[in-house]
Design a protein around this ligand. Structure first.
Ligand SMILES: NC(=O)c1ccc[n+]([C@@H]2O[C@H](COP(=O)([O-])OP(=O)(O)OC[C@H]3O[C@@H](n4cnc5c(N)ncnc54)[C@H](O)[C@@H]3O)[C@@H](O)[C@H]2O)c1
Length: 375
């Protein structure tokens, strides 16, 4: 299989992925596009990237490009993802997938027509915390899952204009995805309430009155998940968290945006069982499945020591979004090389994205229960 030509579009947060593509052994070249040419040149210069584009159309007309990774402003995702797929390229897209159901349908049609891969680059599904929780769940250590919760608190005051007043559930993917993945079933129905009040200027762009929203998800296998999201005028430092309560043990992550999971195990015979005091559970670094060339990107800058690679990878502080970035790149690239669907499957991406969009619709309708369509 030939090596891939990949172009990164959008170099704010997106710039974090450029050195990873440059180092990946299956990537022949990394190209860049950002309408902010000064920014594009700055990133290109740091990494010695020569392939720069003058427009998004130019990217899609380059016959040597196999895949495009979009890290562009949220309102552009649906049109751009569909255009990438229609041009016959594989597409990775940062979250959220889309802001409308028609946007999801547009992407689904383009994907079906082209037969190319679409991967939602959901960071929370590759954090150390999630990967370790997933391992324990798959090994049966939690027993039967009984209840799930997900939270994401982040204040987007003074972020680019397109954020202002965004309905919290339109960007609920970091709270919803880990619990949807651990539930192991599609979200069938959602109901949601909005909460609080915001100054009028924040209510105009999206017609959204709520700074905070809380939803209940009903999964097809009968499980229930709670999701809470705040976006504006709510005094809370950044926090992503998931809570999975099992019949044998429970894991909670989301008191502080720190490294530790909190583990509580049930001990003794089930009918007289009692829970042990909760303990902090370190989440070991996860890097062994990655090619050596990109393992260092699981760490924060300056933490990798090439003279003691194993030690620094194991003990060093994790990089952005808890070490998830190289895992996302590797999964996207390998799914193309191996001609298979990525681990974050298309149906899953559509399901969590639609659940967020419809959760907000439910909040506007006073908490009405809404079915999630299939795409
Ligand atoms: N954990 C995560 O998964 C995570 C974290 C941060 C941001 N994001 C997502 O990443 C995206 C970008 O976030 P950001 O904070 O960098 O946003 P930003 O608005 O600060 O930066 C976006 C960049 O894209 C460029 N851009 C604008 N229009 C473009 C176009 N048509 N084509 C190519 N580039 C274009 C801008 O010039 C800018 O450099 C958002 O969609 C956000 O939701 C995800």
């Amino acid at each position: 299989m030939k090596k891939l030509g990949v172009v990164l579009c959008g170099l704010g947060f997106g710039a974090a992925f450029a050195p990873i593509y440059c180092a990946h052994p299956d990537v022949a070249f990394t190209g860049l596009f950002d309408p902010d040419t000064a920014r594009m040149k700055e990133v290109a210069q740091t990494l010695g990237i020569k392939r720069l584009y003058g427009s998004f159309q130019e990217v899609l007309q380059d016959g040597e490009v196999d895949a495009v990774h979009l890290v562009t402003p949220i309102p552009a995702h649906e049109e751009q993802a569909a255009a990438v797929l229609e041009s016959g390229r594989h597409c990775a897209c940062t979250v959220p997938m889309a802001l409308t159901l028609s946007g999801i349908r547009q992407i689904a049609r383009a994907r079906e027509k082209s037969g190319k891969i679409y991967m939602l680059m959901e960071t929370t599904l590759y954090t150390r915390q999630y990967l370790n929780a997933r391992r324990m769940l798959d090994a049966g250590e939690l027993g039967r899952v009984q209840l799930l919760r997900g939270v994401h608190y982040q204040d987007m005051e003074n972020w680019p204009e397109y954020w202002l007043g965004l309905p919290p559930m339109y960007y609920a993917t970091h709270a919803m995805s880990p619990i949807a993945a651990m539930a192991g079933a599609r979200i069938e129905r959602v109901m949601c309430y909005g909460s609080g009040s915001m100054r009028p200027a924040l209510r105009t762009r999206y017609g959204n009155p709520y700074p905070a929203e809380s939803a209940l998800l009903h999964f097809e296998n009968g499980l229930c998940g709670e999701v809470t999201r705040t976006l504006f005028e709510t005094a809370r430092t950044y926090l992503e968290g998931f809570y999975v309560y099992g019949s044998r043990a429970s894991l909670e992550w989301g008191f502080k945006d720190s490294d530790d999971l909190t583990l509580t195990r049930l001990e003794g015979a089930p009918h007289r069982g009692f829970a042990t005091p909760s303990e902090n559970l370190r989440s070991p670094a996860v890097f062994a499945n990655l090619p050596e060339e990109i393992r260092r990107f699981t760490l924060a800058q300056g933490q990798y020591d090439p003279t003691q690679p194993e030690k620094s990878l194991t003990e060093g502080a994790p990089g952005g979004h808890h070490g998830s970035h190289p895992h996302l790149v590797h999964e996207f690239v390998r799914s193309i090389v191996e001609q298979r669907q990525p681990a974050i499957g298309f149906d899953f991406a559509c399901n969590v994205s639609a659940a967020g969009i419809l959760a907000h619709a439910s909040a506007l309708a006073g908490g009405k229960e809404i079915e999630i369509p299939r795409f």
